[in-house]
Write a protein that binds this ligand. Structure first.
Ligand SMILES: C[S@@+](CC[C@H](N)C(=O)[O-])C[C@H]1O[C@@H](n2cnc3c(N)ncnc32)[C@H](O)[C@@H]1O
Length: 213
């Protein structure tokens, strides 16, 4: 008797990159420019000196970010890490388990990652890792509803509810809607992700919403 194999997000992403695939439509073009505009302004305004990027991907988005020298890219895919190391030799990249031994950074990023955490245990452990890796801010770019999706590598999560329950030392400082909200007729040019900015309860945060990027 044959058993159906459970979906593995780790295996999916490494196989995708090994097969020549990319981080996806959200990491290029105007969607990537929108993400970079918000993040670059946030880093400058808040004088961020260290960043950990959990789920850095193939480096397309990274190439648009203005980051401090103290940056570490982290991913579950060894292939993505290898690609990033080749493209950005001056930067550090490492797998998730190794990142747990790092000192936390002022800012932890999670961009277009949370709705790819298909397995419940992976979702819970990755959210814990993300907040443990930050001292001042966590910036998340993701959808925020519970919903299945017609492709196996996407599962939408109402993650703000989870964070409110599991991360009492953090509060949601801002929610910035996407400039290109999801339109099923143009799925690659629009996105179901918004920005969610978390800080410590006493955090002073400067947030400008760029009008043009
Ligand atoms: C859609 S890509 C986004 C890449 C990049 N953040 C960007 O915005 O261009 C999603 C990335 O998340 C990574 N990923 C998936 N599950 C992860 C996990 N549990 N922890 C860290 N990264 C993960 C994938 O390998 C992939 O590189």
């Amino acid at each position: 008797m044959q058993q159906a194999c459970a979906f593995s997000s780790v295996m999916y992403w490494d196989a995708r990159y090994r097969g020549g695939g990319t981080s996806g439509a959200g990491s290029v073009g105007h969607l990537a420019q929108f993400k970079a505009g918000v993040i670059n302004r946030f880093i400058a305004d808040n004088r961020i000196t260290s960043v950990i990027d959990l789920g850095c991907g193939d480096g397309s988005q990274l190439g648009l970010l203005r980051l401090p020298a103290d940056y570490v890219g982290v991913d579950v895919s060894p292939t993505a890490l290898w690609q990033c190391s080749g493209r950005f030799p001056q930067r550090r990249f490492m797998p998730c388990e190794q990142a747990d031994t790092l000192p936390a950074a002022e800012l932890a990023l999670s961009l277009d990652v949370i709705f790819h955490l298909v397995e419940d245990s992976v979702f819970v452990s990755t959210m814990r890792r993300l907040f443990a890796l930050a001292t001042r801010f966590v910036v998340i770019y993701a959808s925020n509803v519970d919903a299945d999706w017609p492709v196996p590598h996407v599962r939408h999560r109402a993650f703000t509810r989870h964070v409110a329950q599991s991360e009492p030392d953090w509060r949601l400082l801002a929610h910035l809607p996407n400039r290109y909200p999801f339109d099923p007729r143009r799925p690659d040019e629009t996105s179901f992700a918004d920005f969610f900015i978390y800080g410590r309860p006493d955090a002073a945060c400067t947030l400008h919403i760029p009008q043009t990027v």
